[in-house]
Design a protein around this ligand. Structure first.
Ligand SMILES: C[S@@+](CC[C@H](N)C(=O)[O-])C[C@H]1O[C@@H](n2cnc3c(N)ncnc32)[C@H](O)[C@@H]1O
Length: 328
C-alpha cells in the first residue's frame, strides 16, 4: 500500500513538469461540462457544432484526451475507449465547481483550521445547497457516483437478520437504501434527509417504486432524528462534521432508535502508521470542504461512547477501503 502512494507522488512530480498533471483535471472537467462522452463517436468538427464550441479547440482537447487513452482517433473521428467510459461514470464528480472554488482558498483552511467552503460560497456546505437546488442535485449525483464506486458491496457486510425497519440517516438520493431493500427482502426502509434532498428523492419516483416498503422523512439531524426504526444506517455522514457535531447527531439517533436497536456506520477508518490510505486524503478534503474529518477506530469508539452508544464490531466491506462499524 505504501508503494501506491509513493508512486502516485513520483508520477505527479514527473508529470507536473510536463504540464500534463497541471492541465489534466481541467481538461477532464471541460470534457465533462461539454458532455463530450455522450456524443462520441464523432468527428471533432461535428462534435464542436453539437456542443457549441470552437472546432479547432475541440480537436486539440480530444487529441490530449487520446494521449491518455480516454478516446481514440481514426481519420479525425474520435471514439470513447473503455477507460473513457469513466468520463460518464464520474460525470458529476468531474464537474465539481463547488469544491474547486473552495480548494482555491484552501490555504486559508490550514491557517485558520476552518473550512474554506463558506468563504468561497457565502454559505456552509449543506446550507448552500438548500438555497441552490441545482447545486444540491449535482451534489447528490456526485454522492451516488461515489457510493457506487466506493462501497457498492456494503450491504453484504451487514447482518440484516435482526432488522425490520432500516432508516438511512442522511441517505442522500436513496442509492443505499435501495441497495438494502434489494438485498434484504424482509426489511422496509425510511430515508431521512434534509427537506431539499427528500424533494429530489420523491421527484425521482424511488419511493413509489417500493410502495409501502419505503417512505421518506424530512428533517434536520441536529434537531432530532425521526422515530420508528430499529436500525439506523449512516454512510459518509459523520465524516462531514466535527466531534461536537457528531455527538449531537449520534445522541439524536440513539434517542430515536427503537430499544434494542443498532446503528451501522459506513466510513473509512484511518490506519496508524505512514502507509498510503485514501482516508488520509479524504480527511484533508473534509477539512477544506465541510470542516469535518476522517477518524481512527479509537476516535469512533470515543465518539460513540460520548453519545450513548457502544461499539460492537468493525467489518471491512469487500473490495472497498470502507468499513461497517456497528454500535448498540
Ligand atoms: C456526504 S452525503 C452522504 C450521502 C449518502 N449517505 C452516501 O453515502 O452517499 C451526507 C448526507 O447528509 C445529509 N445531511 C446534511 N446535513 C443534514 C442535516 N442537518 N439533517 C439531515 N441530513 C443532513 C445530506 O443532505 C447528504 O445527503
Amino acid at each position: 500500500m505504501a508503494d501506491t502512494g509513493h508512486s502516485v507522488v513520483d508520477d505527479y512530480f514527473t508529470l507536473v513538469d510536463d504540464s500534463c498533471v497541471a492541465v489534466l483535471p481541467h481538461v477532464l472537467r471541460i470534457a465533462a461540462e461539454l458532455k463530450i462522452a455522450d456524443h462520441l463517436p464523432a468527428s471533432s468538427d461535428s462534435l464542436a457544432s453539437v456542443v457549441d464550441a470552437d472546432a479547432d479547440s475541440v480537436h486539440r482537447l480530444l487529441r490530449a484526451l487520446a494521449s491518455v487513452g480516454l478516446v481514440t482517433e481514426s481519420g479525425r473521428t474520435f471514439a470513447l475507449t473503455e477507460r473513457g467510459q469513466r468520463l460518464r461514470a464520474s460525470w458529476a464528480s468531474l464537474v465539481n465547481i463547488d469544491s474547486q472554488l473552495a480548494w482555491i482558498r484552501a490555504t486559508d483552511t490550514i491557517r485558520s483550521g476552518r473550512s474554506s467552503f463558506d468563504q468561497a460560497h457565502r454559505g456552509e456546505f449543506f446550507s448552500h445547497k438548500d438555497d441552490d437546488l441545482e447545486a444540491n442535485r449535482m451534489f447528490l449525483r456526485r454522492m451516488r457516483e461515489r457510493a457506487s464506486r466506493s462501497y457498492p458491496e456494503f450491504a453484504t457486510a451487514v447482518d440484516w437478520t435482526p432488522s425490520s425497519v432500516v432508516m438511512d440517516v442522511g441517505g442522500g438520493d436513496g442509492y443505499l437504501i435501495e441497495t438494502v431493500l434489494n438485498h434484504a427482502a424482509h426489511v422496509s426502509g425510511v430515508l431521512f434527509d434534509r427537506p431539499a434532498t427528500v424533494d429530489v428523492v420523491e421527484d425521482s419516483g424511488l419511493p413509489a417504486r417500493f410502495g409501502e416498503r419505503l417512505r421518506c422523512e424530512r428533517g434536520d439531524f441536529f434537531e432530532k432524528v425521526a422515530a420508528g426504526a430499529d436500525t439506523h444506517l449512516m454512510c459518509s455522514v459523520l465524516h462531514d462534521w466535527t466531534d461536537e457535531q457528531c455527538t449531537r447527531i449520534l445522541r439524536h439517533s440513539k434517542e430515536a432508535l427503537d430499544p434494542g436497536g443498532r446503528l451501522h456506520i459506513v466510513e473509512m477508518i484511518v490506519p496508524d502508521g505512514d502507509d498510503w490510505h485514501p482516508s488520509k486524503w479524504s480527511d484533508v478534503g473534509m477539512m477544506v470542504l465541510t470542516g469535518g474529518k476522517e477518524r481512527t477506530r479509537t476516535e469512533f469508539e470515543v465518539l460513540l461512547a460520548a453519545s450513548g452508544y457502544a461499539l460492537q464490531s468493525v467489518r471491512a466491506i469487500p473490495n472497498s477501503h470502507f468499513s461497517v462499524i456497528t454500535a448498540v
